[in-house]
Design a protein around this ligand. Structure first.
Ligand SMILES: C[S@@+](CC[C@H](N)C(=O)[O-])C[C@H]1O[C@@H](n2cnc3c(N)ncnc32)[C@H](O)[C@@H]1O
Length: 290
């Protein structure tokens, strides 16, 4: 085979990838193709678009074909390229952790409305996954100290790797436990959590991307979806100081039940539901009473 035949134009690979992904009905086929190809070539998307007339060899081509085929089968781009942006920072992800969602940034905005950048406070992040919430709080509040829990040791490996990237291992401690078991009582100023809150009954209607690739226990909170919250709220009450703040993610399907549970508990005050940027109920805020 002559040298020319062993090389393939990027323009042709991009059109091929786009066609494959479009026919496979994946979301944003063009964007997916660009992200995956630029990842395989270790260049930015812009560099890719500026070098479409360049050629690559058969080895790289084979690698790209394999990655594009994974995307065509529904694997999310974040798992293929191993990263996802959250609150302006890049987080390493793999299939042991939920892919951080933009709506979860509402939790961070809520904390920023309460604490000042220079405040000292101790926080607990329950169900940390990739560590996106705990690490973002650690970065945004340089005097904060945090503990992050997850029942999954594999998720904690990912979170620890991200904490190392952001040089936070001296201010963030990771503990493998169920919710907040074995965490010291009455010691935290703030508890944060984005718990699993999808109902098992709604699981079959999730997209293939979520259903087949993201960790089941990061998603499903019980048959109805709200079942994780009573334990989460009870543990939070135990570990928070008096006047400590609870900030947890919810969705519209569970908001009413969780708010009712908090109000019935009678030991919480200032209970509020905060909406995300698309106007949906997203965060539940409460203060711990006596
Ligand atoms: C919805 S994901 C949130 C991950 C991450 N905090 C985020 O916002 O993207 C829920 C996380 O809770 C963890 N989890 C599920 N059940 C748990 C339990 N009983 N105790 C501790 N963590 C749990 C899952 O492993 C998963 O990482």
């Amino acid at each position: 085979m002559g040298d020319k035949l062993k090389r393939i134009k990027l323009k042709d690979i991009l059109s091929w990838a786009y066609e494959v992904l479009k026919n496979a009905n994946v979301d944003s086929p063009r964007l997916s193709a660009e992200l995956i190809i630029s990842h395989a070539l270790n260049i930015s998307r812009l560099e890719l678009l500026l070098s479409l007339n360049n050629t690559i060899d058969l080895n790289l081509y084979t690698k790209i074909v394999s990655l594009i085929n994974q995307r065509a089968l529904g694997k999310p781009v974040a798992y293929i390229i191993g990263k996802k942006e959250f609150y302006g920072r890049e987080f390493f992800v793999n299939q042991s952790v939920l892919i951080p969602r933009p709506e979860t940034e509402t939790l961070i905005d809520t904390v920023k409305n309460i604490f000042r950048k220079e405040d000292n406070f101790l926080f607990l992040d329950i169900g940390t996954g990739s560590g996106n919430i705990a690490i973002t709080i650690g970065c945004e509040f340089p005097n904060s100290i945090g503990i992050a829990t997850d029942y999954s040791i594999h998720a904690l490996f990912v979170a620890y790797k991200n904490a190392k990237i952001y040089k936070l291992t001296n201010r963030l401690l990771f503990i493998c436990t169920d919710i907040a078991r074995s965490i010291k009582e009455h010691s935290f100023d703030l508890v944060l959590s984005n718990p699993p809150y999808i109902g098992y009954k709604n699981f079959p209607s999730l997209s293939r991307e979520i259903r087949c690739f993201e960790p089941y226990r990061a998603l499903v909170g019980g048959y109805m979806g709200w079942e994780f919250y009573p334990s989460l709220i009870s543990y939070s009450f135990k570990v928070l100081k008096k006047g400590g703040i609870l900030i947890i993610e919810i969705d519209e399907l569970v908001a009413k039940n969780v708010k009712k549970f908090l109000n019935n508990h009678k030991k919480w005050y200032n209970v509020q539901v905060i909406k995300d940027l698309s106007g949906k109920d997203r965060v539940l805020f409460a203060k711990r009473g006596e």
